[in-house]
Design a protein around this ligand. Structure first.
Ligand SMILES: NC(=O)c1ccc[n+]([C@@H]2O[C@H](COP(=O)([O-])OP(=O)(O)OC[C@H]3O[C@@H](n4cnc5c(N)ncnc54)[C@H](O)[C@@H]3O)[C@@H](O)[C@H]2O)c1
Length: 288
């Protein structure tokens, strides 16, 4: 896809962060928008900001974990806009906790949103993208879809799966030559609300230490995020224009990707050592 001008883009999780930044960057390029989220206030604000740029914007409250809602939304977008060229499967949540200490409900919750959400969005919109002959599926994974971390098994599970799903999809689309392509996105830390909205199991303290509160953990995580959502949106749209299969966002993502390639198994020892050092330092600060 060489240009977004007069195209129609559907974006999930558009109320905040990367989803909102994508909406505004696409509106700048005169792309029509179909926006969805579970957060109706945030969604209305994104729609207000995008409409001010003079493009048609529709909104819908859609829980991406709910298959019927996603399919009904895709049908409605086609009715409202006449066509759909792009689906950004962006909505996502985070969870921290050990495998032993996290409940099945935690896994079901995050898999419903981060993985089923992507599968629902892809399957619901794909027939409409094919109709245009110029379509693109953009699935947001993470650097944690390439590189695993202790206490992130639930998030890692979903993001590794999104990568496998999207890479398989892309190969099918290439073989079928149906005018639709796909890109898998692997952001490093992006300054959004994701860390502050993350769910945490008490078990995270078995790895992170007892002397840090959940809020401190969220803050520490968020402090490591360097890239703005606006920059992330710019990199994603550039990758779509270049029809890239995979895109890494931020120096942190590029370093982690390289580390995983050079040390495909033993990178884990380095992560473990870094976490243990962090834990000792947190303990020293707590005592001081
Ligand atoms: N921020 C980062 O550091 C980072 C890094 C790698 C990947 N990502 C991924 O980027 C995507 C966007 O996240 P973000 O960082 O902008 O976070 P964010 O919290 O700012 O935005 C996520 C949006 O998803 C929405 N959402 C949550 N549950 C939903 C549901 N069930 N149905 C529909 N919408 C729902 C939220 O309301 C929110 O508006 C996610 O898939 C996330 O995993 C983020």
């Amino acid at each position: 896809m060489k240009s977004f001008n007069h195209k129609v883009a559907a974006i999930t999780g558009a109320a905040s962060g990367i989803g909102r930044a994508l909406a505004l960057a696409l509106a700048d390029q005169q792309c029509q928008l179909a926006l969805s989220d579970v957060d109706e206030n945030g969604l209305a604000e994104t729609a207000r900001l995008a409409s001010a740029k003079g493009v048609k914007v529709t909104t819908a409250k859609v829980d991406v974990a709910n298959r019927d809602q996603v399919h009904a939304w895709a049908d409605q977008v086609k009715k409202d806009h006449g066509k759909v060229n792009l689906i950004f499967n962006n909505a996502g949540v985070a969870h921290g906790g050990t495998v032993e200490g996290s409940d099945y409900a935690d896994y079901e919750w995050i898999i419903g949103i981060n993985l089923w959400g992507v599968i629902h969005g892809t399957k619901a919109f794909l027939p409409y993208l094919k109709e245009t002959g110029d379509g693109h599926v953009i699935n947001i994974s993470s650097i944690f879809g390439i590189f695993a971390q202790p206490t992130q098994s639930a998030y890692n599970t979903t993001k590794f799966a999104v990568r496998g799903f999207t890479e398989s999809l892309r190969q099918e689309l290439d073989i079928m030559q149906c005018g639709v392509s796909a890109t898998c996105v692997h952001p490093g830390g992006i300054k959004t609300n994701i860390a502050h909205n993350a769910r945490m199991s008490k078990s995270i303290h078995e790895v992170a230490g007892d002397d840090v509160s959940d809020d401190d953990l969220r803050d520490n995580f968020a402090k490591m995020f360097r890239t703005t959502p606006e920059k992330a949106a710019q990199v994603i749209l550039e990758a779509v224009r270049h029809n890239d299969r995979r895109v890494l966002i931020g120096a942190d993502a590029r370093i982690a990707d390289r580390m995983q390639r050079l040390l495909p198994a033993s990178y884990q020892r380095l992560v473990t050592a870094a976490m243990q050092a962090q834990r000792r330092s947190a303990r020293r600060h707590a005592k001081a």
